[in-house]
Design a protein around this ligand. Structure first.
Ligand code: COA
Ligand code: AMP
Length: 633
């Protein structure tokens, strides 16, 4: 077999996308193999493999059993929270998924129906996703750290036929009761009679019996008829995953079946270098895109073993937890967020705990979710002695836009860069007018259309919002919302967002959504939330509020109230812990709050006060609050 270089693959994917992607599609089992790669007739909305028919769950499970690998481990559940491990072979996982699909069908779920999954990191979360896909239905997984109101907005938008949940999630300091949260969300969404299936877990206070009509996972599955995979069109939706947009209402990113299966299977071989029998561990959560692609679908499409870890990098019980899991399960590839590495480094700077574990199985460490800072990159590379690969992607793309494709070619790794564009991504860096900028100059990172398979096809039920959110900022291209530059070798450096999305501990959050919550408080006239640099979590949200005139409220009580409000309405995951009351916010004459200038001052960066500022004195007043101890500008 002739192995292709990165340049050959990338070049072919742009010059001959039909050939490149139909070739990649041959790795998938189709009921009707596609003859066409991309359908451009509905541009700017594109459809991949328009004439292909398949089932994603079949590709992730049954076909490996049929190929004789039924006894191989498909999924290993490792709970550092409970101190237990559980293994599921491909045959066992296929059986469970088929039965749970039977349960869903019995409760009326069919092709195209939506199923909302609100679950902690337990195997049943993956089983529920794969069972939904088996029926040709559409799952929407909601991260357990989101509050009932956020869950309700997703339920309202997706209009599911059913909700699957569990008694709760376990955080090191507390147990999170899910059942009251789900009940509240259903009520807020106005669908209190929706069927709910509950995976009961021990040690939670809120019993299933408190919720009349809700169904018990075990009892349901015990009497279920296994359901066979249902054929769907490649272009039919597999899932909706809500992500923070620049407004308060989350965007429902839609992923199709065919493009997703083809793209992920290409990445497993060519980016991660993972094949049948290998072990991949993605230390994320099924509620995020990284969990969808590389805890559940990617490793299973590849016939590999995936590790589903319920725990933290530190404190469960110590900063050796990751090394313990690698050793216990002979992990070949670990994928995690830089914040997790920083947390481990902070607790164990010399990585002494590595000595207690055998991590010789580890071939590569991948990082994503935020920029892998160079200090952490060097620390991880030196401590682990394996290549550390940063790769850049977003919920919208579903897989890496830029990476160092270890299965294709071992390109040099440069600290601070996620390397080079992956096949199908026509990456360009442009100025505010959409003109390409020279190498070394920072600009907006845009991607030519069509985006490759596996990327979002639209936003759920709202093609217009998809077009206005991504395709209108720059003519004819997709705006990533990230800024960065390319060096002379074509390596990309991603430097940050150009909008009000922030990344806290690898979690994507909208400061606009937090401002909306804070703005509801009767004492608040106006507010700004900005993302400040944080040595552990990358960024942290910080709020600045101006009080309504005449309001008499104790500042410390107001601050506590606002923090509690964000926690109640968005969730603990917002990690919103700092608010300051200020006299005024700096604004342009047209009323736009100068958030970027505020952030630059707070982070101690160089800043230029825009000439359009309404009242330059406001900046001087604010400096002491934004950067305590700093002198005036
Ligand atoms: N359910 C409920 N609450 C959750 C939660 C979940 N699934 N995940 C986090 N939270 C809570 C935490 O308990 C914490 O609550 P607290 O304010 O009462 O302490 C709050 O949300 C903030 O959590 P986080 O920012 O994650 O901080 P942490 O101190 O708990 O943990 C890290 C810090 C770095 C260890 C952790 O954030 C981490 O492992 N991050 C990796 C993220 C990741 O994998 N991202 C996916 C992209 S690849
Ligand atoms: P999410 O949709 O939650 O995956 O968040 C996507 C955003 O996270 C991107 O638009 C980037 O701003 C940021 N991001 C993710 N991975 C990286 C990376 N490797 N380098 C820099 N930024 C990243």
């Amino acid at each position: 077999m002739v192995t292709k270089s990165y340049q050959d693959s990338y070049g072919q994917s742009l010059a001959k996308p039909e050939d490149f992607w139909l070739d990649a599609a041959a790795k998938i089992s189709w009921t009707e193999p596609p003859q066409q790669a991309v359908d451009s007739s509905t541009a700017p909305l594109f459809r991949w493999f328009p004439d292909g028919v398949l089932n994603t769950s079949y590709n992730a499970l049954d076909r490996h059993v049929e190929a004789g690998r039924g006894d191989q481990d498909a999924l290993i559940y490792d709970s550092a929270m409970l101190g237990i491990q559980q293994r599921f072979t491909y045959a066992e996982l296929t059986g469970l998924v088929a039965r749970f699909a039977g349960v869903l069908r019995r409760h009326g779920v069919g092709k195209g129906d939506r199923v909302v999954i609100y679950m902690p990191m337990i195997p049943e979360a993956a089983i529920a996703m794969l069972a939904t896909a088996r029926l040709g239905a559409v799952h929407s997984v909601v991260f357990g750290g989101f509050a009932p109101k956020e869950l309700a907005s997703r339920i309202k938008d997706a209009a599911p036929a059913l909700v699957v949940t569990a008694s709760g999630g376990i955080e090191p300091s507390r147990r999170i009761e899910y059942l009251p949260a789900v009940a509240e969300a259903l009520q807020l969404a106005g669908v209190s009679d929706l069927p709910v299936i509950v995976r009961s877990r021990e040690g939670f206070a809120s019993p299933l019996s408190d919720h009349a009509g809700w169904l018990d996972w075990d009892a349901e599955i015990a009497s279920a008829e296994p359901a066979a995979p249902v054929d769907v069109k490649a272009t039919d939706p597999l899932y909706i995953l809500y992500t923070s947009g620049t407004t308060g209402s989350p965007k429902g990113v839609v992923r199709d079946n065919g493009g997703h299966a083809v793209a992920l299977s290409w990445t497993m071989e060519n980016i991660y270098d993972i094949g049948p029998g290998d072990v991949m561990w993605t230390a994320s959560d099924v509620g995020w895109v990284v969990g969808h692609s590389y805890i559940v679908y990617g490793p299973l499409l590849a016939g590999a073993t995936t590790v589903l870890y319920e725990g933290k990098p530190v404190g469960t019980p110590d900063a050796g937890a990751f090394w313990r899991v690698i050793g216990d399960h002979k992990v070949n590839v670990l994928f995690t967020a830089p914040t997790a590495l920083r947390a481990i480094r902070k607790a164990d700077p010399e990585a002494r705990l590595l000595q207690d574990h055998d991590i010789s199985s580890l071939r590569t460490l991948f990082a994503a979710g935020e920029r892998l800072d160079t200090d952490t990159f060097h620390w991880a590379s030196q401590s682990l002695g394996v290549p550390v690969v940063d790769h850049w992607w977003q919920t919208e793309t579903g897989w890496a836009i830029c990476a160092n494709p270890r299965g294709l070619e071992q390109l040099p790794i440069k600290a601070g860069s996620p390397s080079v564009p992956m096949p199908g991504f026509r990456l360009n860096i442009v100025d505010g007018l959409g003109e390409e900028v020279a190498a070394g100059k920072e600009g907006n990172i845009v991607l030519g259309l069509p985006l490759p398979p596996g990327t979002l096809t639209t936003l759920w039920g709202d093609d217009e919002r998809y077009i206005s959110s991504y395709l209108q900022a720059f003519e004819g291209v997709y705006a990533t919302g990230d800024s960065g530059y390319r060096d002379d070798d074509g390596y990309v450096f991603v430097m940050g967002r150009t909008d009000d999305i922030i990344n806290v501990a690898g979690h994507r959050l909208s400061t606009g959504a937090m401002e909306q919550v804070i703005g509801q408080h009767p004492a608040v006239a106006e507010c700004a939330v900005i993302g400040l640099a944080d040595p552990l979590k990358g960024q942290r949200a910080s709020g600045y509020v101006v009080l309504k005139s005449g309001v008499d409220v104790a500042e410390d009580i107001l601050v506590k109230d606002l923090i509690a409000l964000v926690r109640r309405d968005i969730g603990a995951v917002a990690d919103f812990k700092h608010v300051a009351v200020v006299e005024a916010l700096p604004k342009t004459r047209s009323g736009k709050i100068l958030r970027k200038t505020m952030r630059q001052i707070a982070d101690g960066e160089e800043y230029v006060v825009p000439s359009t500022i309404e009242d330059a004195g406001v900046i001087d007043q604010l400096i002491g609050t934004l950067r305590p101890g700093a002198a005036g500008h």
